[in-house]
Ligand binder design. Structure first.
Ligand code: ADP
Ligand code: MG
Length: 257
């Protein structure tokens, strides 16, 4: 082994997988929604998942924090197996933040209360400390001046930034995004993507389902393309966009680019 190869091998060993799917299969009744998914994410990696509507993208990322359960194969998150063990699920949910298309903020709580709820009740953080932390993250998403308003008083882009700040308050090791900009008016997409880019720059491990191909090109370490419940292709953005291997990837790209 040359010195360079040895260095590379060491590097790879050092880069442990923080998410590992091994031959994962899932059915909704008779419908085979995830087919033999093998996939791993290293610490600090930024993954973009794309593919046609109904291809299983949401189902796959929801399996990571067991909002959906798989029936066959193995999912390890941070070395912990996602199975019926409630303690495992609880542990992982504390470590994995999730941002959805429709924000999912509590409408009857203020922005500040939305952010402090889980830290106070799940992490048992003292209220004052939770509020300070909430304000810190609201400042980071540039929305601290809205802390005492209710979600309905904010624009979609602002609500989504609040949702990201809420996720960060749990100090997650992984952030999952499921089409976080799909429900937003075009002029608000950038403000949300900018927050995500900032997170990526800080080294957060991220798995993002998105059709924002500009984001994929500039931020992703790897782009995963799903179709009909399978991972058809996973590659660096450069290879994925400039040299797609599969017919289905080429067809998809020709439709969206
Ligand atoms: P995507 O996020 O790529 O659009 P989804 O993971 O949401 O795809 O859905 C994949 C397929 O599984 C779709 O055909 C969808 O209709 C189906 N599906 C999703 N959720 C359920 C469910 N709870 N019960 C039955 N079928 C579902
Ligand atoms: Mg989806």
């Amino acid at each position: 082994m040359t010195e360079r190869n040895m260095a590379l091998a060491q590097l790879e060993q050092g880069e442990e997988a923080i998410i590992q799917f091994s031959d994962v299969n899932k059915w909704y009744g008779e419908f085979h929604v995830l087919k033999n998914i093998d996939f791993s994410v290293k610490k600090g990696e930024r993954i973009v998942v794309c593919g046609p509507s109904g291809s299983g993208k949401s189902t796959m990322i929801r399996c990571i924090n067991r909002l959906e359960e798989h029936q066959k194969g193995q999912i390890l998150v941070d070395g912990i197996e996602m199975n019926d063990n409630l303690k495992n699920i609880e542990t992982i949910r504390k470590d994995v933040g999730m941002v959805f298309q429709h924000f999912n903020l509590f409408p009857h709580l203020t922005i500040l209360e939305n952010l402090t709820l889980a830290p106070i009740w799940v992490r048992k953080t003292p209220k004052k400390e939770a509020e300070e932390m909430a304000m810190h993250y609201l400042e980071r998403v540039k929305i601290a001046n809205q802390a005492l308003k209710y979600p309905g008083q904010l624009s979609g882009g602002q609500q989504q930034r609040v949702a990201i700040a809420r996720g960060l308050c749990m100090k997650p090791r992984i952030m999952l995004f499921d089409e976080p900009t799909s429900a937003l008016d075009p002029e608000m997409i950038k403000e949300v993507l900018d927050v995500m880019i900032q997170l990526a720059d800080e080294g957060m491990t991220m798995v993002c389902v998105t059709h924002e191909m500009g984001f994929a090109k500039t931020v992703a370490d790897r782009v995963v393309f799903m179709d009909a419940g399978e991972i058809v292709e996973a590659n660096t953005p450069h290879e994925f966009f400039d040299n797609p291997k599969h017919d289905r990837t080429q067809l998809f790209l020709s439709q969206i680019l």
